[in-house]
Write a protein that binds this ligand. Sequence first.
Ligand SMILES: [Fe+2]
Ligand SMILES: [Fe+2]
Length: 262
Amino acid sequence: MGKGRVTICQISDIHCGNARFIPDLLDRTIIEVNRMNPTAVVVSGDLTDAGYREEFEQAAEYIDRIECEHIMVIPGNHDARNVGYIHFERLFGERHSVMDLDEAILVGVDSSEPDLNDGQVGREHYEFITDTFSGAGEKLKIFVVHHHLIPLPGTGRERNIVYDAGDVLQRLVDVEVDLVLSGHKHVPYSWKLENMLIVNAGTASTLRVRGDTRPCYNIIEVEDEQVEVFRKYPFKRRELAVSFQPRTQQYSRSKERVASEL
Ligand SMILES: [Fe+2]
Ligand SMILES: [Fe+2]
């Protein structure tokens, strides 16, 4: 992992077009993100409610207002409804993408399947993923996928991990990925697996929240190999969620409030 300072903002599940989408939350999130001047911004899927053109156009208008040179956008299951992926490709480009920065490399994949809520990464993409990370040297390695790779508490009946989660996890661990960023069930939560942090984001801009969770997004700060993950609640303060130093294995996680604790 590199030694420079990296700040990554992860916004997920903005769901433009949904009845519970709150414009003020997304307006505020973008203002806050722009003030942070992050190294990169990740938008980890479910930009829309049902993949319709005007929902994508609304999402694109918001994302255009993010003042960051490096923005990675990937689709989620809602974006693959109604052949929405053609609008995604027109507005945001490839559904699988690489962002190669001085200090970090990000690989984003499309785990969605048309008109299904379930997803998979797919064996045909494994080589692209491992080859890209293998050639990344000491850079911070970040994998971005909408669906979960590991079950999370407070998401109801478990049906949210990709079909090929085990195979994907093994490959990510083998190429020493540092960080996985996901969204999907709007539950902010984190796990550490081997030397990898798996970080899930909540929904930044909707009231499609489960149990006691609140709209939020993630801020990931990395400096001198120390990784810190913060939950940021639009208009409100940020809270440290996870802190991890891979070299010393020093790891701490604050208690997160999920539906199962109600
Ligand atoms: Fe979602
Ligand atoms: Fe989703």
